[in-house]
Design a protein around this ligand. Structure first.
Ligand code: 3PG
Length: 307
């Protein structure tokens, strides 16, 4: 079978070597399309692929139409909002993710961004410490759990709200489970976002919610830009000059944020959360193994689309 790794943001070389080894040992052939500059290149590359490994690469109906012999797409990572699941199902294509494989990397970056924000973006002025401050984890999945673990090392008071995760699962980690997002934002000095981008969550981080944060509140986004209501966050930050926003996913309105909120806003130029050798190896090799298992035994563990 032909397995294509299509990554606009390439994996570390060591991860690609590991993926190649897995794929070739299983008797398949690997091709690479990295840092492609146009969708046309992707459309051409998928033509003869039986399997594709992607990251945040957009796999829409047009790509799936072009991929005439495609059987499986594995998103090496957690969020699969970049794949048109309905179109994949209509094409008889299996879509999987690799949950948990890059979550420590994302959690560590959330703290990198928090420290940067409380130390005033390293501008030489006196900042504050994370120790003793209240951290709110918005969604308690794989990344949220890692954030909780690290937060304890910093000596933070840790709270979480998750609409789907049972309270006892959160509380067994020594984290205080709150009943609503409103409560989380009202209580916490720092809120770290770990919600997926879904129809329900898009634009849900809005003026009213973030305005509940106490004075000096910091919002950290290593999740998705789509969950933020950017126009409302801009309006709020204009009113509340005490708030800071740090994000690993550049907002559509990045220019506005940068000009208006200098000293209170930072965005990475490209999503860096999962960009470590370890996360690339873990997620990339998991993806390769899932593909090998799919072709060998028809294993569909971690399938995320309907049949
Ligand atoms: C994920 O959903 O796994 C993370 O957002 C990482 O995405 P990336 O593979 O595009 O860095």
């Amino acid at each position: 079978m032909k397995v294509l790794v299509a990554t606009d943001k390439p994996f570390a070389k060591i991860a690609v070597d590991g993926i190649r080894k897995e794929i070739e040992t299983a008797g398949h052939e690997l091709t690479l399309l990295e840092k492609y500059s146009s969708k046309a290149e992707l459309l051409e590359a998928v033509k003869d692929a039986n399997a594709i490994i992607i990251r945040s690469d957009i796999i829409d109906a047009e790509v799936l139409d072009a991929a005439k012999v495609l059987k499986i797409v594995v998103r090496a990572g957690a969020g699969y909002d970049n794949v048109d699941l309905e179109a994949a199902t209509a094409h008889g294509i299996c879509v999987m993710n690799t949950p948990g494989q890059n979550s420590n990397a994302v959690a560590e970056l959330a703290f990198g961004m928090m420290v940067m924000a409380v130390r005033n973006f390293y501008n030489g002025t006196s900042g504050i410490e994370l120790k003793g401050r209240k951290l709110g984890i918005h969604a308690y999945g794989n990344v949220g759990r890692n954030v909780a673990r690290i937060a304890k090392g910093f000596g933070m008071e840790v709270y979480a709200f998750d609409a789907f995760c049972p309270k006892d699962v959160i509380e067994k980690d020594g984290v205080i489970a709150l009943a609503s997002a409103d409560e989380l934002y009202s209580k916490c000095d720092v809120v770290s976002l770990h919600i997926p981008a879904t129809a329900e969550t898009k634009n849900s981080i809005n003026f009213g919610l973030v305005n509940k944060m106490p004075k000096g509140g910091i919002l950290v986004n290593t999740a998705r830009k789509e969950v933020i209501n950017e126009a409302e966050l801009i309006e709020l930050m204009e009113e509340r000059t005490d708030l800071k926003y740090v994000t690993d996913i550049m907002p559509a309105a990045n220019d506005d944020f940068s000009t208006k909120f200098s000293g209170r806003y930072f965005s990475t130029p490209k999503k860096m959360g999962a960009q470590t050798a370890e996360a690339n190896i873990n997620a990339g090799i998991a993806a390769a193994k899932q593909i090998a298992g799919f072709f060998k035994d028809g294993c569909e563990k971690y399938r995320v689309n309907k049949k």
